[in-house]
Design a protein around this ligand. Structure first.
Ligand code: GRF
Length: 189
């Protein structure tokens, strides 16, 4: 199963997936990493792992369609089963969606459909939720919409420190993404 990871930032989800592949826990290959942010740390991680990267900033294009066409052109050299968005902070448009129908996944740090969009964790904490979690879903044309594949939750106390919450959420996300990819890999066989 060939994966192309889209990410804009830190890339801890990218790293968890790559580590699971290295440990032979996941039978997949990351064929390429795409970032809309040329200085994203995820690109440094990919260079270190000797995985090809594409850094493509939308600033150089006049429309989302042109931006995504350029990405598609660069992706055409790879055989890709799934595009895996992992902290990709941009809404995927129709151009990419139509090129990879039903084959683009995303991870979101909330129990969707609650708290779509940015600062999902902050939104949940403001609502004083004590059950938090993450969702992996297929992408459609709506923000953080699309069919949910799997969710995982954890509970906190009113006084749980922010750092503990963030670390727990990341752990949950990493495990969840790997488990979903394992399932997709099994279903493909
Ligand atoms: C994750 O919390 C993900 O759910 C959200 O952005 C964050 C990315 O983290 N969409 P990282 O770049 O994988 O460390």
């Amino acid at each position: 199963m060939n994966l192309c990871i889209f990410a804009s930032g830190e890339g801890s989800n990218y790293q968890a997936i790559v580590n699971a592949i290295a440990n032979k826990e996941l039978a997949a290959k990351v064929v390429c990493v795409v970032s809309d942010k040329p200085h994203a740390y995820v690109l440094k991680r990919a260079h270190k792992d000797k995985i090809p990267t594409i850094a493509c900033s939308p600033k150089h294009f006049t429309s989302k369609h042109e931006f995504e066409e350029a990405i598609l052109e660069m992706l055409s050299q790879y055989s890709i089963d799934y595009i895996v968005c992992a902290g990709y902070m941009r809404i995927i448009g129709p151009t990419l969606l139509h090129a990879y129908p039903g084959r683009i996944l995303n991870i979101h740090p909330s129990l969707l459909p609650k708290y779509k969009g940015k600062n999902a964790l902050q939104q949940a904490l403001e609502q004083k939720d004590t059950t938090l979690g993450a969702s992996v879903h297929y992408i459609d044309e709506t923000l953080d919409g699309g069919p949910i594949i799997e969710q995982r939750s954890f509970t906190i106390e009113a006084d749980t420190p922010m750092e503990v919450i963030e670390n727990r959420l990341h752990e949950i996300e990493h495990r969840l993404y790997i488990d979903v990819l394992k399932r997709l890999e099994e279903e493909k066989q």
